[in-house]
Design a protein around this ligand. Structure first.
Ligand SMILES: NC(=O)c1ccc[n+]([C@@H]2O[C@H](COP(=O)([O-])OP(=O)(O)OC[C@H]3O[C@@H](n4cnc5c(N)ncnc54)[C@H](O)[C@@H]3O)[C@@H](O)[C@H]2O)c1
Length: 340
């Protein structure tokens, strides 16, 4: 079988790897091969090509898109470049795996949805936490209706980017990237809610503060608490913060009429001794199963499990939360209805 030929845009800062980390994942998967790498910082593309033995490297993604044999583009740049690179890739007839957030403006979400509908290309969004084993277990319990009717869902996105040296002085701190704790990180939580509840948001409301990270170069609140009312009645709460003195935390709570998931335990009664503790590792970002699902979709020409509508609706809710912070009023997010 012919291998899917992949080009990756955005190699990442050398200490973290970013897009470069995908090269081995595609190689190990077996049904794809990375034939091109691209980074606006030429040295990063060159170095990745040399180290991983990749035939082509580019500084300019438009030149990479001229490679005839290319099938699939992975977009792993800063947030504001996700939409333009994805749209150009779809226009050139390629499938796309784009990082979250899919885009940073409503017009970009609209353009991407339209483009996928017109071109029928595959676009998958890297909401990797759907592949986390703990979340998958909770989702299975929800699908089997073991929680009964879910009335409350809560998730944290607590990630001290500054302590990891990836905020101050980087693209994440720039105003035009709109990398707010909700749009840049909390979008993971929004995606988790939509996925578990299989529902869309009707209305959101939020408070934010800028007390934890006081540096001038970041112009957004560093901590945001958002409430989401879902159409079928459930309520969601997110605390997204870039400033907590804490290790990365993505804890999830689900409460239903028949059971709850709190503190990594399943409760099907109110007795603590009857709670079911789970003993699973927390490999937060298991990229291998996501890449497998992506290639299944690309090869079979079927919709990916996290498609353009998922990416658009998660970001649309995040934008509504930011609007609520500004207007101090509840906001009804735009919902993108699945047409394909
Ligand atoms: N899914 C997840 O869980 C997850 C985790 C971390 C980061 N991310 C997302 O991945 C993206 C990258 O984050 P990162 O931490 O790897 O950032 P990074 O700064 O380490 O890497 C981004 C890379 O893109 C390159 N780049 C920027 N503009 C470019 C362009 N026009 N053409 C080619 N290359 C370009 C930069 O030079 C850099 O090497 C962000 O959107 C971030 O939100 C997602």
């Amino acid at each position: 079988m012919k291998k899917v030929k992949v080009g990756i845009v955005g190699m990442g800062v050398p200490s973290r790897g970013g897009g470069k980390n995908f090269i081995d994942i595609f190689r190990e998967e077996g049904r794809a091969e990375v034939i091109a790498v691209c980074d606006i910082i030429e040295g990063r593309a060159k170095q990745a090509a040399k180290e991983k033995n990749i035939p082509y490297w580019f500084k300019d993604y438009e030149k990479m898109l001229k490679l005839k044999e290319l099938d699939l583009v992975v977009v792993r740049t800063d947030d504001k470049n996700h939409a333009p690179i994805s749209l150009a890739s779809l226009d050139s007839g390629r499938d796309v795996l784009v990082e979250k957030p899919m885009a940073i403006k409503m017009e970009e979400l609209e353009a991407m949805v339209k483009k996928v509908e017109q071109t029928k290309r595959i676009l998958m969004v890297n909401y990797i936490l759907r592949y986390n084993p703990i979340y998958q277990l909770v989702k299975r319990h929800a699908d089997k209706r073991m929680f009964g009717k879910i009335f409350y869902i809560q998730r944290e996105y607590l990630h001290n980017l500054d302590k990891e040296s990836i905020l101050t002085g980087t693209w994440r701190a720039k105003k035009d990237e709109f990398h707010t704790p909700i749009c840049g990180g909390g979008c993971h939580a929004i995606d988790t809610f939509r996925w578990i509840l299989e529902d869309e948001a009707e209305e959101v409301f939020a408070y934010g503060t800028k007390m934890a990270y006081s540096k001038e170069d970041y112009s957004f609140p560093d901590s945001i608490v958002a409430l989401i009312k879902f159409k079928k009645g459930a309520i969601g709460k997110i605390h997204a913060s870039f400033g907590c003195i804490l290790k990365y935390c993505a804890d999830l709570q689900v409460m239903g009429t028949e059971g709850s998931f709190v503190g990594n335990k399943f409760y099907y009664s109110t007795q603590e001794e009857e709670a079911l503790s789970i003993n699973l590792d927390y490999p937060g970002h298991p990229f291998q199963p996501l890449v497998k699902d992506l290639l299944d979709s690309v090869i079979a020409r079927k919709s990916p499990p996290i498609d353009v509508y998922d990416g658009a609706n998660a970001s649309s809710i995040a934008f509504a939360i930011m609007e609520s912070l500004n207007t101090k009023k509840p906001v009804k997010p735009k919902v993108f209805l699945r047409k394909i």
